[in-house]
Design a protein around this ligand. Structure first.
Ligand code: SF4
Length: 605
C-alpha cells in the first residue's frame, strides 16, 4: 500500500501494552481514513450499549492518506469515540503536530482502549512505546501540560493533552493541542480522562511512502501558491472566521441571549474589525499557510486564540460584548479543555433559567465575574456547575420546569453558533449532522441566504446532502481542512490530484461520494444501534425554540421555523439518502454501499 502506512497502533492502557496491527487494503479503499476508519473500528469492535466512560470504549486518533506529507491544510487529526455527551458517534478534528508525527512514526491511527491504574502519558517514538507516570501533571491545565512536555521533548513533537475538564469527566471536554487547537466536541476529552490518559507525545522519524513523490512535491508547492492567488486570501489572513460575526449580525442569525434574538446590540464590540485592532499574531495548524487562529491579549494580558464560534458562544450568546473579556473566557475554556461552543450554550441556558427564577443562583447576562466563577464550578463539578457539566440536555432533565424548551441541542450536542429561526436548510444540517448539532459537516447558511432563506425546498436538501458528502465525508476521511475549498474556493481537482500522487489510485468524484455515503450511513447506523428502541425521527429535529418562539427583535422580528414544512424536508432528505421514514438506512441502501451485514444489527422502526 502506498499513501497509507497500513498499520494501526493498538494500545491497551489496562495492560500497558501496545502493538502495531496491519490492516488490509480493502479498509483503506472503502473508508479512506480519518472519520471513515474511526466509524468502521467503532462499529466492528464496540458492543452495543458500551458505557462511553468505561475501559471498553475506544479512543481513536486517526489520520488520512494526505496527512503529514507537507500539503496545504493537511495537518489535521480526527479524534473519535462513542460520545459520553450524546450516547452516539462522536468525533472532532484538530490541527496538531500529533497528526503529522503519528504518520511519521509509521501509523495511520492510534486505537486506545482500557484504563490505566494511575495517570499516564503515552510516549510513542516510532516502534518504541512507553507508558510514563503522569501524576505530577494530573490537575494541571492543558497549557501547563504542553509547556512541561515541550521542555522534555523535541520542538516538533506531536502533543495532545486534556485539562481538568477531561480529568473530571465533563461531558463536553475536548482534547487540546498547541494551546488552543481543541478537538472532539462531544466529550472526547472526558473519554481520555476516563482512561487516566493525561497526554500523548508522538515523535516519528520515518518517511511516508508515496506513489508519486516527485509529483507530490510539486503539487504541494503549487497548492500553497494557488491559495495565495485566491481573492479572499488576504482578508482571511486578517480575520479568519471572525468576519462571520458581522455577517450573522446583518442577517439575524447571531446567537444572542441563548438563541432568542439573532442580533446583538453590542455586536461591534466582538466583531472581526474589533479583533483586528487587538490582534498580536496568527496561529494555525501544521503545514497551513491560511493560519486562521487570531491571537489577542485578553483582559488579563494573556494570549487567547479566537475564532468565530468561540467568540460568539462566549460573547453574544451570554450577553457579553467586551472582546477582551470574551478572550479571557475563551482562554479558560482552552486551558481547562472545555468545548467553548457547548460551554457558551450551558452558560446561556443557566442564565435564562436564572432569569426565570427557576434556580437560586443569580447569573446575569454578560456578568463577567459570575461567568468566570461558573466556569470554574463546571470544571470542578461544584453546585450548579455539576449539573451543567453533564451538558444542556441532561441539565434540563435535572432542573425540569419546562427548561428543555430553552436547552439548545440536537441529540445531546449543543447547537453551534448559527441561529436558525429563519434558516430551515441550516436547521436541517444541524438536525442530520453526524455528531449532533454541529456545523462542520454542512455550513450552508451563507448559501441559503442567497438561495432564499424562507424556502423549504428540494434544492436545499440537494445542496445539504452534497455538502455533507464533501465536508462531513470526504474531507473528514482525508482529514484535511474544509476552509481552502469552503472559504477561499480552492477547486476540488486539487484533492483528486493529491490523492492520486499519495496513493497511486484515481478516485473519481462519484467514487469519493459513494465512500462518503458509506461512512455517513455507517455513522447513522451506529446511532440507531446505540439508541435502540429510543431511536426516533424526532431526534433529527432541532430545538423547539426555533419553531415556537419567534425572533423578538431585529429586521427579521417575528421569524420562526415551520415544523410541518421542516418535517416534509426531512422526508425528502431521508428518501434521497435511502433511509426509511424513521431515518434508518434501508437494507437496500446498506447493500448498495457494501454494508449488508449492518442491517442485522439495527432495528427498523
Ligand atoms: S485554515 Fe485554519 S483550521 Fe484550516 S488548517 Fe489552516 S489554521 Fe487550521
Amino acid at each position: 500500500m502506498q499513501g497509507w502506512t497500513g498499520v494501526f497502533l493498538k494500545v491497551n492502557l489496562t495492560k500497558s501494552e501496545a502493538k502495531p496491527e496491519p490492516y488490509n487494503e480493502d479498509l483503506a479503499l472503502n473508508f479512506l481514513g480519518g472519520r471513515g476508519f474511526a466509524i468502521k473500528i467503532l462499529w466492528d469492535t464496540l458492543k452495543q450499549g458500551t458505557n462511553p466512560l468505561s475501559p471498553e470504549n475506544k479512543l481513536i486518533f486517526v489520520t488520512g492518506p494526505l496527512t503529514g506529507i507537507g500539503l496545504p491544510n493537511s495537518g489535521k487529526l480526527v479524534i473519535a469515540s462513542k460520545s459520553p455527551l450524546t450516547g452516539g458517534y462522536g468525533d472532532g478534528n484538530s490541527g496538531s503536530w500529533a497528526a503529522v508525527e503519528i504518520r511519521k512514526a509509521g501509523y495511520d491511527a492510534l486505537v486506545i482502549e482500557g484504563k490505566a491504574s494511575s495517570p499516564v502519558i503515552l510516549h510513542i517514538k516510532d516502534q518504541a512505546v512507553e507508558f510514563l507516570d503522569a501524576k505530577d501533571l494530573w490537575g494541571k491545565n492543558s497549557f501547563e501540560v504542553e509547556d512541561q512536555l515541550r521542555k522534555k521533548y523535541s520542538k516538533l513533537a506531536g502533543i495532545v493533552s486534556i485539562g481538568q475538564a477531561g480529568e473530571n469527566l465533563i461531558k463536553f471536554a475536548t482534547v487540546v493541542s498547541q494551546k488552543g487547537r481543541a478537538g472532539g466536541r462531544p466529550g472526547m476529552g472526558a473519554v481520555m480522562g476516563s482512561k487516566k490518559l493525561k497526554a500523548i507525545v508522538v515523535e516519528g522519524t520515518q518517511p511516508i511512502s508515496l506513489a508519486y513523490p516527485d509529483e507530490m512535491k510539486q503539487l504541494a508547492v503549487d497548492g500553497y501558491k494557488e491559495l495565495l492567488t485566491k481573492p479572499l486570501y488576504s482578508f482571511w489572513k486578517r480575520q479568519g472566521t471572525m468576519s462571520t460575526v458581522e455577517w450573522c449580525q446583518e442577517n439575524s442569525c447571531l446567537p444572542t441571549f441563548n438563541y432568542r434574538q439573532g442580533v446583538f446590540d453590542k455586536a461591534e464590540g466582538i466583531s472581526g474589525f474589533t479583533m483586528e485592532k487587538m490582534k498580536v499574531s496568527n496561529r494555525g495548524c501544521p503545514q497551513c499557510n491560511m493560519t486562521c487562529g487570531n491571537v489577542v491579549k485578553d483582559s488579563e494580558g494573556k494570549d487567547s486564540e479566537l475564532d468565530y464560534e468561540n467568540v460568539v458562544m462566549l460573547g453574544s450568546n451570554i450577553g457579553l460584548g467586551n472582546l477582551a473579556q470574551v478572550a479571557t473566557l475563551n482562554r479558560l475554556a482552552d486551558e481547562f479543555g472545555f468545548d467553548a461552543i457547548s460551554l457558551g450554550s450551558v452558560i446561556g441556558f443557566a442564565m435564562e433559567t436564572s432569569e426565570k427564577g427557576l434556580i437560586p443562583e443569580k447569573i446575569g447576562w454578560g456578568d463577567f465575574e459570575a461567568i468566570k466563577a461558573l466556569i470554574n464550578d463546571i470544571a470542578y463539578r461544584r453546585g450548579l456547575g455539576a449539573v451543567l457539566a453533564e451538558g444542556v440536555r441532561s441539565a434540563a432533565v435535572t432542573i425540569g420546569e419546562g427548561s428543555s424548551d430553552w436547552a439548545m441541542h440536537v441529540k445531546g450536542l449543543e447547537v453551534s453558533a448559527y441561529d436558525c429561526h429563519i434558516a430551515p436548510g441550516m436547521a436541517l444540517a444541524y438536525g442530520t449532522s453526524s455528531i449532533g448539532a454541529h456545523h462542520k459537516d454542512a455550513w450552508i447558511i451563507t448559501w441559503e441566504q442567497k438561495a432564499g432563506r424562507e424556502k423549504y425546498d428540494e434544492a436545499k436538501v440537494d445542496y445539504l446532502i452534497k455538502t455533507q458528502l464533501l465536508r462531513g465525508g470526504a474531507f473528514e476521511a482525508l482529514t484535511v481542512c474544509r476552509f481552502p475549498n469552503g472559504s477561499l474556493g480552492l477547486e476540488l481537482e486539487w484533492y483528486h490530484k493529491y490523492l492520486r500522487a499519495s496513493t497511486g489510485k484515481s478516485f473519481s468524484l462519484d467514487q469519493l461520494n459513494q465512500t462518503s455515503d458509506r461512512i455517513l450511513t455507517l455513522i447513522r447506523a451506529f446511532w440507531v444501534r446505540e439508541y435502540g428502541d429510543k431511536w426516533s425521527r424526532d431526534l433529527d429535529v432541532p430545538p423547539m425554540r426555533w419553531f415556537k418562539e419567534p425572533l423578538k427583535v431585529g429586521p427579521l422580528k417575528g421569524a420562526v421555523l415551520d415544523l410541518e414544512k421542516y418535517s416534509a424536508m426531512l422526508d425528502i432528505y431521508y428518501q434521497k439518502r435511502g433511509w426509511n421514514k424513521n431515518g434508518v438506512p434501508t437494507k437496500e441502501t446498506l447493500e448498495k454501499l457494501g454494508l449488508a451485514d449492518v442491517a442485522n444489527q439495527i432495528t427498523y422502526g
